[in-house]
Design a protein around this ligand. Sequence first.
Ligand code: SHN
Ligand code: NAI
Length: 536
Amino acid sequence: MSGYFPMMMQLNKKKCVVIGGGIVAERKVTALLESKAEVTVISPEITEKIQKSYEKGSLKWEKRGYRSGDFDKIPFAFIAVGDENVNKRCRQEANKTNTLLNIADQPDQCDFMLPAVLRQGDLLLTVCTSGKSPMLAKKIKQDLMQTYGKSYSIVLDTLGEIRQDAFLQIANQKNRQEIFRQLIYDGMVEKALTLPVQEVETFLMQEYKELVLSTKEHGSEKGSEIEKRRKAVKKLIIGSRGSRLALIQAKWVQEKLQEAHHGLKIDIKIIKTKGDIILDRTLDKVGGKGLFVKEIQNALFDGSIDLAVHSMKDVPGESPEGLKMVAIPEREDARDVLVTADGKSWKELRDKPVIGTSSMRRQAQMKALRPDSQIVPIRGNIETRMQKMKDQHMDGILLAAAGLIRSGYFNEKYHFAFSEEAFIPAVGQGALGCEIREDDVETTGIVKVLDDMESRRRVEAERGFLNHLEGDCHVPVGAFAWIEEKKLTILGMVACVETGKRLTAVASGEGSGEALGVKVAEELLEKGAASLLKRK
Ligand SMILES: C[C@@]1(CC(=O)O)c2cc3[nH]c(cc4nc(cc5[nH]c(cc(n2)[C@H]1CCC(=O)O)[C@@](C)(CC(=O)O)[C@@H]5CCC(=O)O)C(CC(=O)O)=C4CCC(=O)O)c(CCC(=O)O)c3CC(=O)O
Ligand SMILES: NC(=O)C1=CN([C@@H]2O[C@H](COP(=O)(O)OP(=O)(O)OC[C@H]3O[C@@H](n4cnc5c(N)ncnc54)[C@H](O)[C@@H]3O)[C@@H](O)[C@H]2O)C=CC1
């Protein structure tokens, strides 16, 4: 019995060196390129076919003989020269560099050998005779070709989709396996193989759906847990802005959903919003906050995405008709942060410090803390703003802690986080919102799992407060809600940009977050907030 260990290797982008450029090298090169390996051929001469791949840029070619050093940082090498002396030198070097070797004419010196391969799509049939008769391996492969024709690749693709769907729909492993067994062993796959290629998928899917139905009717699959799961094979598409932070957030949602729904396919689609394009003006001058979400919401409406991931801070008022915010995942740190070059707190900044922010809320509160501060507008993503701070020699800029944390930039040494009371955050700051089409029952079932009750209650309270004040981003408004022993408390604020004067109100209660937010807003209006609010 041979001691060979068979395995399927992922060579994608791995560096492979092929020494020799003859017909045998050509066969190895072809197989390597099919597996998307990064191939370098080292040989004074190469075949026409290798030459063509070289001209197309699919591989590198060094027109020379093998020399010591060629295996440096190379995990796999193939020797097809037919020169014992070269083989020997290669073997010695490979032992030092830990390169795994295939030597075409010396099976006993090989770390691995290649089997004869039949590929039908993702179906791979390989035959190896352990070096005893490669020609027999080739013959067996040819024989297999007669039995395992093209239809197998379609059958396999369909079974792959079915299996993914089954992971979502059938919680009980035994039931799942019984469905596969019936499809594969009870003649359905065989029948599919006799059908015209274009009918194979429909036939198998139909058979599968019937099996699922009867399993759910008779088996232990009825529970509510299953109903929450996905109904059909499909890919979920998340829409996100293209900034680094937005993508980090979208990927976070993607990962959480995949954890919750094993096998679910999710893609992220980048959507440019007006707010991403207009970078030279402060937001209130170009027309409010909807700027970062409108295009993404439109993509939901036209069906090009199924789920939008927003920063709640950017989402104005309520979802437009036809959309709903189906989940507010667990909220990140809501605080504001003063970023300075040398880690100074607001108290330690020099006289008349220059502070970058385009938010009126931050401007007003900075003025309240440091009436001598000079505010300059600054926009763009986190990276751009930090760069601008340096380039324009600002003393500091104000950013959201959540963005810094999610991007991996937060550094306690240089970043001074204000308490939420001293510097009241923007409504929804640090929270994400997952928005979908209202009638999309399927996506609701998938995304709902991300909803965090506490975060939702807090954000709803803050938004209730904001909506009641009819605030927008040209109004310096802030709010922060928190929960202690089930009791929700919300602190609301309206400020004056010029003077930094803040009006605040607090309310606590057990009921709906929104109602509590409204209550705080009412209280502020009574205290005279209206005169502070600068409406457009
Ligand atoms: C040890 C191994 C090392 C390796 O290369 O990995 C090796 C070694 C040698 N092959 C030799 C000869 C031939 N090899 C083929 C064909 C293939 N050889 C392949 C693999 C292997 N060949 C590995 C063992 C795999 C196994 O045992 O199953 C295949 C399967 C895969 C591939 O190379 O991609 C590919 C089929 C591709 C296809 O499916 O089409 C043919 C037939 C033909 O070309 O028509 C002949 C002529 C007939 C004959 O000799 O049998 C010689 C003697 C050279 C000489 O006489 O001088 C040696 C050296 C020796 O045995 O000493
Ligand atoms: N493993 C297998 O599947 C098979 C192995 N073989 C054996 O494999 C070997 C190669 O076979 P072929 O490709 O048909 O031979 P070939 O003579 O066509 O190719 C040899 C290649 O090596 C190059 N070369 C010569 N000296 C070199 C050096 N110092 N450094 C780098 N490259 C150098 C040549 O330029 C040429 O491109 C032979 O020994 C043959 O017996 C043959 C058939 C199948």
